[in-house]
Design a protein. Sequence first.
Length: 203
Amino acid sequence: MSAKLKKSKAKNSVPRRLRSEVEKILITEEQIARRIKTLAREIERDFRGHELVVVSLLNGTVMFLADLIRHLNLPLRLDFIGVSSYGSGTESGELVFTKELRLDVQGRDVLLIDDILDTGKTMSHVLPKIRALNPRKIKVCVLLDKPERRTHDIEADYVGFKIPDFFVVGYGLDFAERYRNLPFVGVLHPHIYKEVSKQIVQK
Ligand code: PRP
């Protein structure tokens, strides 16, 4: 095997220290980087001529946001909404707002960013809050869309990748606040979340 091939194989496989926790890489670093560039072009086309207010949902968007906005060749301002769903294990629970929007979005073009659209519950709470502030236009951009799990009638305007119903971590997405720093999107071994869910139930 050539050195180049070896290097790219190593880059596209789960690092050794994580092999018992992360089953496989679902979306590689390179695939994410390529898709973000095309997503940025789509967004630029739709928002050309206006200053954008990018509203990013904490915490999962940290990597996606940083990579996406550096490819957006548009004037923009940036703000965050802190929202978290505190549930047990893999099930989403009560939604808690931990940071409110500070920038004025009235009459503005808003791009709302999240890492994943899953049941749609988070978006179904956040969107009406922003709409009530009377922006000129509001569009939703997510890195990942898991349509199989949808329980709320929400669709994103820009989707990086549609994925099957796997428990995914990495590139900002967590399980129990871990794995956010992985450069790829990986599938978590079921034994990891089953163990933690059991511990939560026993508490
Ligand atoms: C995750 C994710 C989305 C939301 C999607 O957030 O970041 O905001 O769940 O799920 P839904 O469509 O079923 O609502 P989480 O509450 O885990 O917070 P985090 O961003 O800090 O990880």
